[in-house]
Design a protein around this ligand. Structure first.
Ligand code: ADP
Length: 395
């Protein structure tokens, strides 16, 4: 079969991340990003064949940014003209109630994504810009939207519905949409293949700067920790995760804070950053080793929350057959895994200390021992490949 490729685009408000993927071999042929769009000091980084090309120039808008990326592909390789690009896959964070799978982008799909802006105010407007310029510049290939919420669109009502007044919740479409769905779907699917079983009760811990956990039964998501927005659930790099919503009333009434200030506080100044002053785990462990009490407390809160979700999801599923770690922290932080797994010894979970020490390794691995009650897996996520494969299902 001749090689075919999919170009993946993830447009943010001031950035465009991209990757060229061979969906059949899984190979990442090139990737890069455009940063600081709209800023006088834009930066474009293009990586290909182990080499990195950096261009620093003002990037006034997404259209210019993407045209520069296309120029770099032709100048530095691999040439898109020769790469047999069969689709462009766009990552879209919020697909609301409309999308339970990928969608071939036409004007109706664009209109739906636009309708969902109130539910994804930070992301969907940026995705729309990325989609518009990409459809213009790459007009001869199909464009597919792949939604972060799609895997959770069919959550059971008991997991998706909040116990908020029904009329109000339905009018404003307030329910659990989840996030990181592409990663949870990809990782749980790959774990099924790895273990050679479709009938699995799985927990997937996607632990990055943003973090979420999902419960997956026989390939279908039955619960996830992120909610209406990616603020709910686990403690994260800069986000609170679960917190009593009455804290908002209190900060507004007693603290005199505006809604925007509270939003910023919960999303950007909390989590590890708010408790320990740092949000990168490598820095966190340095402070921890130095005996910094705030950091030790922060780690305790983080592990407590993880433990609580693992227990809750095991109860919801009526058991657990596989526990998987993924994303930046899940794949690379042996201490987080160790702290959590030590606390799960009561479930009969046992892990190999040497195998747990493997980090920065792209290979999926089982880190539990033969006599562990269930397998514990580290499965590196690959959202680009997952988006590419989903895009292909429609063309
Ligand atoms: P996101 O996509 O949410 O930005 P990632 O999945 O890329 O997050 O994870 C980023 C986080 O992973 C970093 O903030 C850092 O805490 C953690 N991380 C990355 N590499 C390592 C490492 N070698 N050891 C420990 N933590 C790491």
């Amino acid at each position: 079969m001749t090689t075919r490729t999919v170009l993946i685009i993830n447009a943010g408000s001031s950035s465009i991340k991209y990757a060229l993927v061979d969906p059949d071999s899984g190979e990442n042929l090139a990737n890069g990003n455009v940063e600081k769009i709209g800023n006088p000091t834009g930066i474009i980084t293009h990586k290909h064949d182990g080499e990195k090309f950096v261009v620093e120039e003002p990037v006034p808008d997404h259209g210019f940014g993407l045209s520069e990326v296309l120029r770099l592909f032709e100048e530095q390789g691999p040439s898109l003209k020769d790469a047999n690009v069969v689709a462009v896959g766009h990552r879209v964070v919020q697909g609301g109630k409309y999308f339970s799978g990928p969608a071939l982008i036409d004007d109706d799909v664009v209109a739906r994504i636009e309708q969902l802006v109130p539910l994804g105010p930070l992301h969907n407007p940026a995705h729309l810009k990325g989609i518009a310029v990409a459809r213009e510049l790459l007009s001869d290939v199909p464009h597919v939207a792949v939604f972060d919420t799609a895997f959770f669109q069919d959550l059971p009502e008991e997991a998706a519905r909040y116990a908020l007044n029904r009329e109000v919740a339905d009018k404003y479409e307030i329910r659990r949409y989840g996030a990181h769905g592409t990663s949870h779907q990809f990782v749980s699917g790959e774990v099924s293949k790895m273990l050679g079983r479709d009938d699995l009760k799985q927990i997937v811990l996607h632990l990055g700067n943003g973090a979420s956990v999902s419960a997956v039964v026989n390939g279908k998501a039955v619960d996830t920790s992120m909610g209406l927005t990616p603020l709910e659930g686990l403690m994260m790099g800069t986000r609170t995760g679960d917190i009593d919503p009455a804290a908002v009333f209190h900060l507004a009434r007693v603290g005199g804070m505006s809604i925007d200030e509270i939003d910023h506080l919960f999303n950007r100044e909390s989590g590890f950053k708010g408790l320990a002053g740092e949000n990168d785990m490598r820095e966190i462990w340095k402070l921890y080793e130095a005996g910094d009490q705030n950091t030790i407390d922060a780690v305790d809160v983080y592990i407590h929350r993880l433990l609580k979700y693992v227990g809750a999801y095991t109860a919801i599923m009526g058991g657990l057959d596989a526990l998987t770690f993924t994303a930046g922290i899940g794949e690379n932080d042996e201490f987080v895994r160790q702290h959590l797994l030590d606390r799960l010894a009561y479930m009969g979970i046992k892990y190999d200390h040497e195998k747990n020490l493997i980090v920065r390794n792209p290979d999926p691995r089982i880190i539990s021992t033969e006599d562990s009650s269930i397998p514990v897996i580290v499965y590196p996520t690959n959202e680009e490949l997952a988006i590419a494969r989903q895009a292909l299902t429609l063309i």
